[in-house]
Design a protein around this ligand. Structure first.
Ligand code: SAM
Length: 255
């Protein structure tokens, strides 16, 4: 089988440019992948960084982190990597070999991520995984435990109370979210921020785009890129100060 035939034999979630005109036919278009990667990585100084990608699937974001100058990148996953139909590990290996990338791989459940199992990383990406977990708080704490400088959390959002200052989770029983029985909970922005504040993060940049949210949680500002707002397609970006103000207003209103 040639490369094109091998690509065609696997279901793809990510569109990845393998070179020589060959792009994997992902459910996410190349344009969407680029947009997401801008949101995730433009605000982060990646040169020389170590990066962990939790729930990496075919590894597009891992490859992009490496392309942006990361020193060491590890892709981790489990559900789709061992799933007989999704064949995610095959997709990752095929793309990695075609690109000639040295991104590392580890098969591990997101809830088993901790310094003892996977080590500590400068930057951790936790994209599209949170709502698949039965214990989202444990998932956030696991990802936080291995992030030295920055944790990037991306998730489907609880749209009904997205901007509430109260930290809230919505439960989606029996496949009621997008007919996908592996979707359980969606958070609002405050939930992600407050859960990560408990884990010692000091500063938060948040970005809401339709039904998705992205939070950059910082323990320090070593890798935070400032003055790059136009590179991040933010509809809503606010700091802890604005969140504190919102909380204050809410408290005043409810008195
Ligand atoms: C919606 S995809 C997101 C893929 C990629 N991070 C992205 O943003 O394009 C969800 C990913 O999370 C992984 N995942 C779901 N539950 C997991 C778990 N308990 N442990 C590890 N990975 C998990 C799936 O295997 C899948 O690769």
């Amino acid at each position: 089988m040639d490369l094109q035939q091998r690509v065609n034999s696997i279901p793809w979630y990510h569109s990845i440019d393998l070179g020589n005109g060959l792009v994997t036919p992902g459910r996410k278009s190349l344009e969407l992948m680029k947009h997401e990667q801008g949101v995730f990585f433009d605000p982060v100084r990646l040169d020389g960084a170590t990066v962990l990608d939790i729930g990496a699937w075919a590894g597009a974001h891992s490859f992009e982190a490496k392309r942006r100058g990361a020193r060491r990148v590890m892709a981790t996953d489990q559900y789709v990597w061992i799933h007989p139909e999704w064949r995610g590990r095959e997709a990752f290996d095929l793309a990695r070999n075609a690109i000639g990338s040295d991104v590392e791989a580890a098969e591990i459940d997101a809830l088993d991520i901790k310094p003892d199992t996977i080590g500590r990383w400068d930057v951790v990406l936790f994209a599209g995984v949170l709502y698949h977990l039965r214990s989202p708080l444990d998932g956030l704490h696991a990802a936080a435990s291995v992030a030295n400088d920055c944790l990037i959390v991306e998730s489907e959002a609880a749209t009904k109370f997205l901007q509430s200052p109260e930290p809230l989770l919505a439960y989606h029983p029996s496949g009621s979210l997008r007919s996908d029985a592996t979707n359980f909970f969606t958070p609002n922005v405050a939930f992600v921020v407050e859960a990560l504040r408990e884990c010692g993060f000091a500063l938060f940049d948040t970005n809401v785009d339709g039904r998705r949210l992205t939070v950059h949680a910082w323990r320090n500002t070593t890798r935070r890129v400032l003055g790059n707002a136009s590179a991040v397609q933010t509809r809503t970006t606010f700091s802890v100060w604005r969140r504190a103000l919102a909380r204050l207003k809410h408290e005043v209103r409810s008195r």
